[in-house]
Design a protein around this ligand. Structure first.
Ligand code: SF4
Ligand code: SF4
Length: 336
């Protein structure tokens, strides 16, 4: 068994390992995902939230009940709440309760601004599906332009940019606009849940996407929060000699995880519907096919929970450190 000293052979890995070593293990991050409400001001094509009927739950509107639920989650060990849709910006009275009671970040489509003075420390991740024409085509309005203006120069905001098989070549133009707006970006790949024509991935397209994402790290290092190893795993769905999928996924809700054997997974992770009684299968939707899932958070978590498997060579360990460092930046454990 190699020691950490054997495994760390370069200064970049040493620095990053120093940054992250308190984040993992006991006392580190324990997250879960929570739908804040069941409404949205957009109807994006291919949105799994609506197509899988997650919006049909009776959402929790009672703020005292919400606070009691948060206390139960904290007693369960959760110390980081990832708030998602519907659309959190439409229910700021609920965001107030979350923000006052637990460390949290919020997703948004960026159309309605989540005010910084109301939530000075809240990390905000804006979903982005493409450049301006794509946003109009897929989401019904130019949300990219609106969100850039809403959040210009906000140091605690990033775009979660989902690359599709048809938008690989726009990556630099979009990244440049994000740089010009003084914001940051993290990439993931589109999962073609609903079999939309022209959006399936091929080996050539995966390679092109990976090469472009890698190039963006080189060219925009202060804008792009990512990792080449993450890109490799995302575009191959392979980590070491293992294939991503249901029997490997770390982001299945603990309460419904009946896999046998259970793989390494995020401790105590659950994904709650907006009634806070329903627990979704995983961080995406039960309608998604695990064989073609490209969820970025599940992919990076898969790498992170398999630390030991990367402790066989300095190169593998450096890859693990790089991805964990990226995760720590995205979830505020270390500065960008
Ligand atoms: S913004 Fe999000 S929740 Fe709303 S329709 Fe689009 S993908 Fe769905
Ligand atoms: S759809 Fe993706 S995130 Fe959900 S269980 Fe399957 S692999 Fe995991």
């Amino acid at each position: 068994m190699l020691t950490i000293n054997d495994l760390i052979q370069d200064e970049d890995t040493r620095r990053k390992y120093h940054d992250i070593k308190n984040m993992v293990g006991s006392g580190g991050m324990r997250s879960s995902i929570y739908d804040v409400n069941n409404v949205c001001n957009l109807r994006c094509k291919g949105c799994f939230y609506f197509s899988s009927d997650q919006h049909k739950l009776d959402d929790q509107k009672d703020l005292d009940e919400l606070q009691a639920f948060i206390e139960r989650e904290k007693a369960r060990g959760v110390n980081y709440a990832i708030l998602i849709g519907g659309e959190p910006s439409l229910s700021m009275d609920r965001l107030d309760v979350w923000y006052a009671n637990v460390k949290c970040s919020s997703a948004t489509n960026g159309v309605k601004k989540i005010p910084r003075d109301r939530y000075p420390d809240m990390r905000v991740g804006i979903s982005l599906w493409g450049d301006e024409e794509d946003e109009i085509r897929l989401r019904g309005k130019n949300t990219f332009l609106i969100s850039r203006e809403n959040y210009r120069n906000d140091p605690n905001v990033y775009y979660l940019y989902t690359i599709t098989a048809q938008t690989i070549n726009q990556m630099e133009a979009v990244t440049k606009k994000i740089e010009d707006a003084g914001l940051r970006v993290h990439y993931q790949l589109f999962s073609n849940d609903q079999g939309v024509d022209g959006l399936d991935w091929t080996e050539d397209l995966y390679k092109e996407a990976r090469d472009n994402m890698d190039a963006m790290i080189e060219k925009y290092p202060h804008v792009v929060i990512s990792s080449k190893y993450y890109h490799q795993v995302l575009t191959t769905q392979m980590m070491l000699d293992r294939r991503f999928g249901w029997m490997e996924c770390p982001s299945v809700s603990d309460a419904v995880d009946d896999r046998n054997p259970r793989p390494k997974r995020l401790a105590g992770f659950n994904s709650y519907g907006s009634d806070y009684t329903t627990i979704h299968r995983c961080c995406t939707s039960v309608t998604r096919d695990c064989a073609t899932c490209h969820d970025g958070a599940a992919t990076m978590s898969w790498i992170m929970v398999n630390k030991r498997e990367h402790m066989t060579s300095p190169a593998d360990f450096a890859n693990w450190v790089d991805v964990t460092h990226m995760f720590a930046k995205l979830y505020e454990y270390i500065p960008w």
